[in-house]
Design a protein. Structure first.
Lengths: 162, 799
């Protein structure tokens, strides 16, 4: 398969999950495991342009696929707009759900970079965060959407306060 | 909107900077325990009891040991000599490291398998054959309190301790008045209104998104243990491991790297941390264990779990004459770190913001379930829930606006420092100001009109409000003798804070703190504090934490204590550095030390900003003492330990507006508005972040979450399928506003914000839902307010 544009291969036990292959075989530990049942979304990656939960797929099912992980999002020092949004809008605290959140958000914005708050919230329902209450994650994604549209993001709440 | 509505902020406070933590985390480069590898690692897995109470008649490990790659299978006989798991408040039955003859809750670890990989260890765990004779289990709190079935034969009763408000700490608070007789008398008054409700504050599973993980490497050659653990208390863990294995604390090097959420559940010493250390020592290999999500419900503590009856007696015009709370709190089978002390934290804030007589009695009861301990708020959300729910019921009973009833009974602003019914002193507060700010910001009268109009249209809209007072940074030092210290982990100490500030020879600064954060942003906040004091560029300050080998003794991150205690210590360390640096600057610029001012990456002489030196120049002199004043101490660093004279007492007022679909019981939150006061704010951005997350957890309790056991002690909600957390789609954006009432307990005037949102929110939602359903005759619905339960309450009220 191809991961972040690099061709990779490996022999695995049939039961090896894609997330384990990514983390253990490839050493890409930015993709996290939070539940192993597909509910928390910490393991979200892109496969052939679609966001998927890598804990709910066997590595062999991804044979020949194009995979993108959090490590492939930034181009050198240039952060992906979603990464930038999370930093600028305090979209993370402990950071454990963050790679999955960023991958899901990037996928959503690729479909529609002018999503409403409601659509963003529903688009994130498969990704759980226990720290932020989602408020600033939504703001981060709105920031990224504006950047991707070539617009100036709305100022942060703390910039407009007294 | 965020606004400062009162008080003042110092220049130290209020800055907005991007977090230092984030660049690694947003690139997937954050290093959590499972991302750290050691050569030659083995992996552990546990065999767990399927029964809540059963005699273990035989354990046959032979099939497991015969499997390829299996290195060892350990049972209690192998580790009994290490004693039970150490607990800081050792009241009740301490947990054996592995089940000792009898399993006492579903999921209790019975054996540990160590193998070449986690997969082999899991397979082998399934091949260990354990014979059980099931015994009757007691799960229901009232049955447990009545000792219908004993959890531990060698204890007199399942009731481990009963916390009573006028007698909670004999020997220290001996002069407390028992308000019960006066409250009973008040009930007999002609104008008395007595309102009483039995309510459940259900058990919760903390669910940090990073499961717990631990990696131990014992070095026989160096005589040390390296321990990587997803813990909130690295120093306490080092102490506990040292004490268990007969080492000194500095032989145990604990690293809490990135910790993926804690919320109290990583504020514990766990048997797995001891057991992988034991296995590493025995097998001379690093040993790792990582919890699965399903396993976490059995291997990590749970929180809350109270059933209690709250009673208010008051007059018809809203004067509260007394408040009683009598109930039972679920401790689970074994006592761990603070287990039986958690309800005491509720007792701290039992009377809420109200200057009223209090009679409070909570029995701490053992059951055949997983241990309970600190979960975000730890006793305080429970206490706030009961007092704020019953005051709402009382307001409804006498037909008075719930905000008015609250305001009528608050401690007045001039009562501070105010003494509570249990003898504690609350530092500062202005509760009426907070409520007024909430009502004004929310547009309370307009919301009520909107609600009433909705009702005319046949919709079920309700408004709920709640006040709360929180207590952070437990102090004073004498509380260590109550159990709030790390004495039982071999580190006699109170919950003081520590910070070390070092100016390096190139003029950059390194700050080392003893706490181990789990998302709170300590690297950012502490850098702000030091930047503000010394003027060293924010980008040239690096903050280290969570490593016991390099940091001064630290208590840990919990109880919303870090800023108010460890932050204050770092502030004081920075002041010490500043004083020494001022002498250097005075020498270089030929001026008096007291005229030196630090700003913009260096220092200048007051009144002559052009007369300046950079931090690099100051540092060079510090490390080349021949260039400095005679007798100067070389180097430039300082360590401070701060032991506050009191806790801090944040407070706030929350409001929710909800709509209930009476046909389905579904609850929708229309608005959530909060006014919180945590004293001065170092980073308003991070304060709001803590509030958003804290409120979401309180809403989670109110609407979704419940650790539900059946009568045999099977956990029915152990996965995220049946233990739903709030998702982004379930929540609205919360509208946050602040008031600022500084404290004089620490030099920065900061109080703490980590738990406030959780303490203020669950009852706000329930009050709103009950308000929505009151026209139908509903007086109370127990959490979580899932549709089926709300619908059933509506049907019951309709008759």
């Amino acid at each position: 398969m191809s991961v972040n544009g690099q061709s990779v291969s490996g022999d695995v036990e049939p039961r090896t999950l894609l997330v384990h292959f990514i983390r253990e075989n490839l050493g890409l530990t930015g993709t996290h495991i939070g539940c192993e049942t597909g509910y928390c979304g910490a393991c979200t990656v892109h496969m052939n342009g679609t966001s998927i939960k890598s804990c709910s797929m066997l590595a062999v099912q991804a044979d020949g696929a194009e995979i993108s992980t959090i490590e492939g999002m930034a181009d050198g020092d240039n952060l992906h707009p979603v990464q930038e949004g999370f930093w600028e809008r305090h979209g993370l605290q402990c950071g454990y759900c963050t790679p999955g959140m960023i991958m899901q958000a990037a996928y959503l914005l690729e479909q529609d970079n002018a999503m409403s708050e409601d659509d963003i919230r529903h688009g994130l329902e498969g990704n759980l965060c226990r720290c932020t209450g989602y408020h600033n994650i939504v703001k981060a994604i709105e920031y990224a959407g504006a950047k991707m549209r070539g617009e100036e993001p709305a100022p942060a709440e703390w910039e407009t306060s007294a | 909107m965020t606004a400062t509505m009162g008080g003042t902020t110092t220049s130290a406070m209020g800055g907005i900077v991007r977090r230092k933590e984030d660049p690694a985390l947003i690139r997937g480069q954050g290093r959590y325990v499972d991302d750290i590898k050691r050569n030659g690692e083995l992996a552990a897995a546990f065999v767990r009891s399927p029964f809540a109470h059963a005699t273990i008649t035989n354990i046959d490990s032979s099939a497991a040991l015969a499997m390829d790659g299996v290195r060892a299978v350990y049972t209690i006989g192998d580790v009994r000599h290490l004693g039970p798991l150490l607990a800081q408040v050792p009241v009740g039955k301490l947990r054996p490291l592995l089940a000792d003859g009898v399993a006492k809750h579903v999921g209790e670890a019975v054996a540990m398998v160590v193998a070449d990989s986690a997969a082999v260890a899991e397979d082998a765990a399934g091949a260990v054959v354990v014979d059980y004779d099931p015994l009757p289990a007691v799960i229901d709190l009232k049955e447990a309190a009545a000792d219908t079935t004993k959890v531990h034969d060698d204890l007199d009763s399942n009731v481990l301790v009963t916390w009573v408000s006028h007698d909670w700490w004999p020997g220290v608070f001996d002069e407390l008045e028992d308000h019960r007789p006066a409250i009973e008398e008040a009930k007999q008054r002609d104008d008395a209104v007595v309102v009483s409700l039995e309510m459940t504050n259900q058990r919760l599973i903390p669910v940090a998104i990073e499961p717990r993980a631990v990696l131990a490497e014992w070095s026989h050659g160096y005589g040390t243990v390296d321990l990587f653990s997803s813990t909130q208390i690295p120093h306490a863990l080092a102490g506990a491991v040292a004490k268990t294995f007969g080492l000194t604390s500095h032989d145990v090097h604990v690293v809490a790297p990135e910790v993926g959420g804690g919320f109290g559940c990583k504020l514990n010493i766990y048997p797995d941390e001891i057991l992988v250390t034991f296995a590493s020592k025995a097998l001379n290999r690093p040993v790792r264990w990582t919890e699965t999500r399903r396993e976490a419900a059995f291997s990590t503590i749970q929180g809350r779990g109270w059933v209690a009856t709250a009673t208010i007696v008051g007059t018809k015009d809203g004067e509260i004459l007394g408040y009683e709370l009598d109930g039972i709190a679920d401790m689970g089978a074994y006592s761990q770190n603070f287990t039986v002390a958690i309800p005491v934290l509720g007792l701290y804030v039992a009377q809420g913001q109200y200057d009223i007589p209090l009679a409070w009695s909570i029995k701490c009861v053992a059951t055949h379930t997983q241990t309970t301990d600190a979960y975000r708020g730890a006793g305080r959300p429970e206490a706030a829930y009961y007092v704020e729910r019953i005051i709402d019921a009382y307001a409804r009973e006498i037909g008075m606006d719930p905000a008015e009833v609250r305001k009528k009974n608050y401690f007045s602003a001039d009562a501070f420092p105010a003494t509570t019914a249990i003898g504690l002193t609350m530092d500062s507060g202005d509760y009426a100001m907070s409520m007024d700010a909430l009502l004004e910001h929310a547009g309370y009268e307009a919301l009520k009109a909107e609600r009433d109009q909705a009702r005319i249209e046949g919709r079920h809209v309700g408004i709920g409000i709640s006040s709360y007072v929180e207590v952070c940074g437990f102090a004073p030092s004498v509380l260590a003798e109550f159990g709030f210290g790390w004495d039982h982990y071999g580190l006699p100490s109170s919950f003081s804070g520590s910070g070390l500030v070092r100016v390096n020879p190139d003029g950059s600064a390194t700050v080392i703190i003893g706490t181990g954060p789990s998302g709170q942003g300590h690297k950012t906040t502490w850098a702000q504090v030091v930047h503000d004091q010394l003027g060293i560029d924010y980008d040239k300050i690096r903050v280290s934490h969570g490593d016991t080998a390099e940091s001064p003794m630290g208590v840990g991150t919990f109880g919303s204590r870090s800023a108010a205690v460890d932050g204050a210590a770092t502030f004081e360390a920075a002041l010490k550095v500043k004083k020494r640096a001022a002498d250097i600057v005075a020498h270089l610029l030929e001026a008096a030390s007291e005229d030196v001012q630090f700003a913009d990456g260096g220092a200048h002489i007051s009144g002559s900003p052009g007369h300046k030196v950079t931090w690099a120049e100051i540092a060079e002199v510090a490390y080349k003492p021949h260039k400095g004043p005679d007798g100067m101490e070389a180097g430039l660093e300082a360590h401070a330990v701060f032991s506050p004279g009191n806790a801090t007492w944040p407070f706030g007022s929350h409001l929710a507006m909800v709509e209930v679909d009476a046909d389905t019981g579904n609850v929708e939150i229309l608005k959530y508005i909060a006014v919180d006061d945590c004293g001065n704010r170092i980073s308003p951005m991070l304060v709001d972040g803590q509030l958003h997350g804290g409120i979401a957890q309180g809403v989670g309790q109110a609407m979704f979450e419940e650790a539900r056991y059946d009568e045999d002690g099977n956990l029915l909600s152990g996965s995220l399928v049946d233990y739903p957390l709030p998702t982004a789609g379930d929540l609205p954006s919360f509208d946050l506003t602040h008031t600022t009432t500084p404290t004089d307990v620490n030099p920065m005037g900061v109080k703490g914000i980590g738990e406030a949102g959780t303490i203020g929110s669950a009852q706000t939602i329930v009050n709103a839902v009950v308000d929505a359903l009151a026209p139908l005759g509903v007086k109370h619905v127990d959490m979580p307010l899932r549709p089926r339960k709300v619908w059933a309450a509506i049907q019951e009220a309709k008759g």
